[in-house]
Ligand binder design. Structure first.
Ligand code: FAD
Length: 499
């Protein structure tokens, strides 16, 4: 009988950043029969960035049975209605990628209706029909269920979070459910001839064995990369940025309910507002800008006083060829990374744990399960990669070598096909398992100033002399409704419970 027969009984998670603790919390919650040990090194610490999330993050909290209000209080979180992109099409332009609906709730494809209405003389931009955008621009907020009672569509939301506090929150949650945390530096990994990790060894000499290891060691990828030597699909020819400089500042005013992504000469900068401070960063291409220039440019634009020294983080865009190899599953930055333009990395951690549960192995870690996990994981990365490249490739900017390179590069085939299809009549192939729905593609493409040549013929039935005035009235109704909502800061103060 195989040495690796029987059920999965022990999981060792190496690394205690957001990835390690999300995995620990979910396993402890769903599989209490599995013993979980998490090893992390205080000397190395965590990456400490990663503070803008997307709506599925709330599903993660709900799944863990965590009160959103407690979480928002403990992690000093603020609400996020989407991302404002400034200067991407050309300097001086702006558009919004909203969460939630676009247009009136009873319209199945509002984008098509909008296209048709433009031909009837409508002159309002698409984003004027997105409740999340109108709320964000007005600095106002309410929960979706309140908006559902109105004639306008519904905004969805996510959170801006303090990364360190999130790891601490999830640690408390996981430890309360039996996860054992071991502080220590892993300095050796024993691999058997079959390519399975037998044990990790700490600097103290202590050895830790397990049936399955989750490599959550961040960019170091200690097990999946260093010990098993797995390959990496490098996508830096499509996404040219390879470094970020980050700095935290005091809040210069009440936190706006959206992430800002403002284009820069060789990349873009983020602003992520929390209740107690603001996270700022500048993602840039080192082939086009030095660290010193990138830092100076960021510091010249932040609105509040810096409260930390700037830190520079190098990264390599891409994904591991086989995120799951033998009995090692890489999750988080150890698995791969796509720059944070659409705030997708923490989501990919959640997805990875979700897939792991779907394909959870016995002790033998069947290669078939690993194969399916890897196929799905890589498909997610490819989708996100294409969506992020989309933000760059449609630019009209030619003002720096960086933007010229973005505008003229050869695109991944999958993305080139999508854009060509869209240019015909606005068609978006909506896959069932895809993260970004048609509304997201429509918001970005139209935000970048691209309009398809035609529309879907079904819209001709909707066309009538009243179409443009009807939509103009709908936008005005939405704006009036938003005016009645509390400000974002007021909403947090009223709705987040005191401890
Ligand atoms: P880390 O936080 O690096 O944790 C690694 C862990 O491994 C640490 O606990 C460390 O101590 C441990 N470790 C490493 N080596 C050893 C060793 N030898 N022995 C013991 N322990 C070890 N994501 C988003 O969703 N939204 C964003 O807005 C966003 N912005 C980002 C901006 C930048 C510039 C970068 C680089 C990333 C961003 N991310 C974002 C990604 C996000 O930060 C990560 O996905 C998330 O924090 C998970 O990181 P991690 O846990 O994989 O790695």
């Amino acid at each position: 009988m195989s040495m690796r027969a029987g059920p999965l009984a022990r999981i060792c998670i190496v690394g205690g950043g957001t990835a390690g603790w999300i995995a620990a919390a979910l396993i402890a919650h769903h599989y209490p029969q599995i013993a979980v040990e998490l090893v992390e090194s205080d000397d190395i610490g965590t990456i400490g960035v990663g503070e803008s999330t997307i709506p599925p993050f709330l599903q993660l909290l709900a799944r863990l049975g965590v009160s959103e209000s407690d979480f928002i209080r403990d992690c000093q979180a603020s609400y996020k209605l989407g991302i404002e992109f400034r200067d991407w099409q050309r300097p001086g332009t702006a558009y919004f990628h909203p969460f939630g609906d676009l247009g009136t709730p009873d319209t199945t494809d509002f984008y098509q209706l909008w296209l048709r209405a433009r031909a009837e003389g409508l002159d309002l931009p698409l984003q004027d029909f997105a409740p999340a955008n109108v709320m964000a621009q007005a600095g106002r907020f309410t929960l979706p269920f309140a908006a559902r009672q109105t004639p306008v569509g519904t905004a969805a939301y996510a959170l801006h979070v303090d990364a360190k506090r999130v790891a601490a929150f999830l640690r408390r949650y996981a430890e309360a459910r039996g996860v054992v945390r071991t502080e220590g530096l892993v300095d050796d990994v024993a691999v058997d001839p079959g390519g399975f990790v037998q044990a990790i060894r700490l600097r103290t000499g202590e050895q830790i064995t397990a049936d399955l290891f989750l490599d959550c060691t961040g960019f170091r990828a200690l097990l999946a990369g260093k010990a098993l030597g797995g390959g990496y699909r490098d996508w830096s020819h499509w996404l040219l940025c390879d470094r970020a400089v980050a700095v935290q500042t005091a809040n210069a005013g009440p936190p706006p309910p959206f992430t800002l992504a403002q284009a820069q000469p060789a990349g873009w900068r983020w602003r992520i507002p929390l209740q107690h401070r603001t996270g700022n960063g500048h993602v840039f291409s080192s082939a086009h800008m030095s660290d010193d220039e990138a830092t100076a440019l960021l510091l010249a634009q932040v609105e509040g006083e810096p409260v930390t020294a700037p830190v520079t983080v190098p990264f390599r865009t891409g994904v591991r060829e086989a995120p799951w190899q033998g009995n090692v599953v890489a999750i988080g930055l150890a698995q791969g990374f796509i720059e944070p333009l659409e705030s997708t990395a923490i989501h990919l951690v959640y997805r990875a744990v979700d897939y792991l549960f779907r394909f959870l192995p016995a002790r033998d870690c069947a290669a078939e399960l690993a194969g399916e996990f890897n196929r799905r994981m890589i498909a997610d990365y490819e989708e996100i990669r294409d969506f992020v490249v989309l933000h760059y490739c449609l630019t009209e900017r030619r003002d720096t070598p960086f933007w010229t390179a973005c505008a003229t590069m050869e695109l991944p085939d999958s993305l080139a096909r999508r854009i060509a299809l869209f240019r015909v009549n606005g068609t978006v192939p909506d896959g069932t398992d895809e993260l970004f729905r048609a509304v997201s593609w429509q918001a970005v493409i139209s935000g970048m100033g691209v309009t398809p040549r035609g529309w879907h013929p079904a819209m001709d039935r909707a066309a009538a002399p009243t179409l443009a005035p009807d939509l103009t009235r709908a936008a005005a109704t939405l704006a009036r409704f938003v005016d009645t909502l509390p400000t974002h800061a007021r909403f947090i103060a009223d709705h987040v419970r005191a401890p």
